[in-house]
Write a protein that binds this ligand. Structure first.
Ligand code: GDP
Ligand code: IMO
Ligand code: MG
Length: 435
């Protein structure tokens, strides 16, 4: 069973990086399949903190292939800085491979991202301003640069000649900061990118499928979360890629039957960065407390994350879109010492009870959470003992919280994460993920 996907089941920042790194020990390849450097994945190894944006979490472990799949949008300028940081921290990028079909994020995409946000006025999305939306727009409009274009000089020159006047007009029309580059300067810059990573560019679909054929273990590392999916998320307050189960296949060039396990990462409470509906969001004072306790500040933008109680209507939606075979519950340690824990099991909207997450933003803005209140637990700050004791010795109330989630989702919670470190992980399958 060598194909395992790790997907965020809420609005991102569930702890996907930590879990990818934890399970990465036995993986040969780690593949990113969507999103770009809007992601911020934190990995803590022996107290050393890695914050990865565009690079797959696999680069932290030596001897792994870290693959950027065709569904990802790549900012090569910012990737170069990240590569330097990883090298300085003792990591390696020898195993980095980039799909020749992956689209490139250009400087004008970042400028357009900012300009579009200004136009949206009070309907601002709160993007990361990394140029993600405009880069995917160009992909769909069939005018984007692909990584493989760097290897074809004539094609590259022709595309640059077409795109420069087009984007200059567009930036001008949008009132954005003008683009100073000329066809010559952009060509020189892109030729520099070719020198830097040209050797890493290849058909990663062949690479990944060959690995699966050889029974090697492959992790597909999701970015963002199901509720930020362009189709199934809280549109328009979403990112511009397919973050759910189907995105694994389209974004890495593998067939659906190659994914053997689908892991949904669920934070034990809910967070969201940026705008958009959030039914279980706490009032400001309580939100600040949970934000401080959970260290809920964005890895990419530094923004404070909005915080609320666990919303199982959200996670059920993610489960339906992704078909999770296991749930990984993270950050349960943060809920220590909370006497009562409300868990949202339905929404009440205009007098009707909803068990399924509605598409309408105005309905969501009127939705009131229907809670079941579970008992809290105390004294779980000694995570070493918690891990040593294993699942059966966790406080009864904590197990009830976990098992309530299992019953609601009809899916086992196979991993419980009680801290940011690799070793702060209770694995109910005892490492049996690949058989
Ligand atoms: P990602 O985007 O899904 O990879 O998640 P982020 O890295 O953006 O945010 C998760 C944060 O929680 C990071 O600071 C992690 O180091 C931290 N973290 C992950 N798992 C746990 C956990 O079980 N407990 C605690 N206390 N922190 C965790
Ligand atoms: P990871 O992988 C949390 C949010 C932004 C904004 C919306 C659109 O670390 O979980 P974009 O720049 O993608 O056009 O912004 O999506 N967003 C994230 N929120 N975690 C992320 O990634 C996110 N990536 C984008 O805050 O609301
Ligand atoms: Mg993150």
């Amino acid at each position: 069973m060598p194909g395992l996907a790790i997907i965020g089941a809420q609005w991102g920042d569930e702890g996907k990086g930590k879990i990818t790194d934890y399970l990465g020990e036995d993986a040969d390849l780690i593949v990113r399949f969507q999103g770009g450097n809007n992601a911020g994945h934190t990995i803590v190894v022996d107290g050393k903190v890695f914050k990865l944006h565009g690079l797959p979490s696999g680069v932290v472990r030596k001897g792994k292939l870290a693959v950027i799949g065709n569904g990802v949008v790549v900012n090569l300028e910012e990737l170069a800085e990240e590569i330097e940081q990883v090298k300085e921290a003792g990591g390696s990028i020898e195993g980095l491979r980039i799909s020749d079909r992956a689209h490139l994020i250009m400087n004008y995409h970042k400028k357009l991202d900012g300009a579009e946000e200004k136009y949206r006025g009070k309907n601002v999305v709160g993007t990361t301003k990394k140029g993600i939306g405009p880069a995917y727009q160009d992909k769909i409009a069939r005018i984007g640069f692909r990584a493989g274009d760097l290897l074809e000089d004539d094609l590259l020159k022709e595309k640059i000649g077409f795109i420069i006047p087009y984007k200059k007009d567009m930036l001008d029309m949008m009132g954005a900061e003008p683009c100073q580059c000329t066809t010559e300067s952009l060509y020189a810059k892109m030729a520099g990118w070719r020198d830097m990573i040209g050797d890493c560019i290849c058909d990663t679909s062949v690479l990944v499928n060959d690995a699966l054929d050889e029974n090697r273990n492959v992790i597909f590392e999701g970015a963002q979360g199901a509720m930020l999916d362009i189709d199934h998320g809280t549109y328009p307050y979403v990112t511009s890629s397919a973050t759910c189960g189907g995105g694994v296949c389209t974004g890495s060039g593998v067939a659906p039957n190659r994914i053997d396990r689908m892991l949904g990462v669920v934070k034990a409470y809910t967070t969201r960065v940026g705008e958009g509906p959030f039914v279980t969001e706490l009032a400001e004072e309580d939100e600040k407390k949970l934000q401080a306790k959970g260290g809920e500040f964005g890895v990419t933008t530094g923004r404070g994350r909005r915080c609320g109680w666990l919303d199982l209507v959200v996670v059920e939606h993610a489960q339906r879109m992704c078909g999770f075979t296991s749930i990984v519950m993270t950050k349960i340690d943060v809920l220590d010492d909370v006497p009562e824990l409300p868990v949202c099991v339905a929404y009440e909207i205009d007098g009707t009870e909803y068990r399924h997450f509605p598409a309408s933003i105005s309905k969501l803005n009127r939705a009131k959470p229907v809670y079941e209140t579970l008992r809290g637990w105390k004294g779980t700050d000694d995570t070493e003992s918690l891990v040593k004791g294993g699942y059966d010795n966790l406080p009864g109330e904590m197990r009830e919280y976990i098992e309530f989630t299992e019953r609601y989702l009809k899916t086992p919670v196979d991993i419980v994460s009680v801290g940011p470190g690799r070793d702060q992980t209770i694995d109910r399958r005892n490492g049996d993920w690949w058989s």
